[in-house]
Design a protein around this ligand. Structure first.
Ligand code: SD4
Length: 330
């Protein structure tokens, strides 16, 4: 019995699948009478994150994902590993300071219900991602900044700490000798962005950074802005960025990547088109590097960068691997 309703349901699902680029999800039998919708394997869980420090972050996320935990918990715990590592000078504790010697941090988190929480230009808190989560879950707001964010964190039991390690202080003192303000040195920026798909098929993402070294005090980048440094739409996929935040903000980068996936692009194609949008405008940043990572609802992942050198960590099918991203310019 082929009812009109059945037909409508199957064609609607097929259209959705096409829009999401999920070529392999649905298949039909030959005869209209036996129109069976077969849900193929969606690869899950999966977690993807930026740069080589993503390997250790993925491990922490995987512990949660592989025991049927929630993607939101996985991304929070994953990026906390990077934030807490004093040897990583671009995220959290040990991050390089601004030109006044102050370590100011940006972070954003998004769950499977389009909830978002973020903190920008927060000082003295080692794990800003957890403050961002609290903003999302315990306040009617999305973003808290500066002193207000710090006050909120302290009121909620976070510890005030000195985040400027000896190593970062030394680097800053060295920089002070010339005070040459070159905010786009690629070695200076390696935010961690992470997107996870859990066993329930839900997506979440996190992004956290100390931003660009020696920045003007008060400068906020793309990372804490939903739609720029991070975006997750549980119907489609998630994306995160790293690199010169100003270029990402001017193109609403991560939102653009997600919308491209909604329109049927694969994660890698979507990241490439978002990179090309930046390049098309010929933005005048020295040594411009921007990279995106993306993961769709189907468990397909990808990344793409302006320049050579960007790597992302992908944990899927039980394997945690570092992958060299394709790029537009050598
Ligand atoms: C920012 N996008 O603050 C961040 C920096 C970064 O890899 O990603 N570094 O602009």
């Amino acid at each position: 019995m082929t009812t009109r309703r059945k037909f409508l349901v199957s064609s609607a699902l097929a259209t959705t699948a096409a829009m999401l680029g999920m070529k392999s999800i649905f298949s039909r039998s030959e005869t209209p009478e036996k129109k069976v919708i077969k849900i193929n394997t969606v690869r899950k869980p999966v977690v993807i994150s930026t740069w080589d420090h993503g390997i250790a972050a993925n491990e922490a996320a995987w512990k949660i994902l592989s025991t049927n935990g929630r993607a939101l918990d996985a991304v929070e715990q994953g990026v906390r590993v990077t934030e807490s590592d004093p040897n990583i000078t671009s995220v959290g504790y040990g991050g390089l300071p601004d030109r006044d010697g102050r370590v100011t941090l940006d972070a954003c988190i998004m769950d499977e219900n389009l909830n978002a929480g973020s903190v920008a230009c927060i000082e003295h808190i080692k794990n800003p991602i957890s403050v961002a989560r609290l903003v999302m879950e315990k306040t009617p707001h999305v973003m808290l900044v500066g002193d207000g964010a710090l006050q909120f964190a302290l009121q909620n039991g976070f510890k005030r700490e000195n985040l400027l390690t000896k190593k970062s202080k030394k680097a800053w003192e060295e920089w002070l000798k010339t005070s040459h303000y070159k905010p786009v040195d690629r070695n200076n920026h390696d935010t961690i962005g992470m997107i996870a798909l859990d066993n329930n098929g839900n997506l979440s993402g996190a992004c956290t950074t100390s931003g660009i070294a020696w920045k003007i005090h008060g400068r906020v980048g793309d990372s804490p802005i939903p739609g720029d440094g991070l975006y997750v739409d549980n119907e489609v996929g998630g994306a995160a960025s790293t690199g010169v935040g100003e270029a990402v903000m001017r193109t609403c980068g991560s939102y653009f990547v997600v919308e491209l996936m909604r329109a049927g692009k694969s994660p890698e194609e979507a990241c490439k088109l978002a990179v090309e949008r930046i390049l098309k405008w010929n933005m005048k940043y020295n040594d411009l590097q921007v990279a995106y990572i993306a993961l769709n609802k189907n468990g397909e992942a990808g990344g793409y960068a302006v320049k050579k050198g960007f790597q992302y960590a992908l944990y899927a099918d039980g394997k945690n691997q570092l992958i060299d991203a394709k790029y537009s310019e050598s």
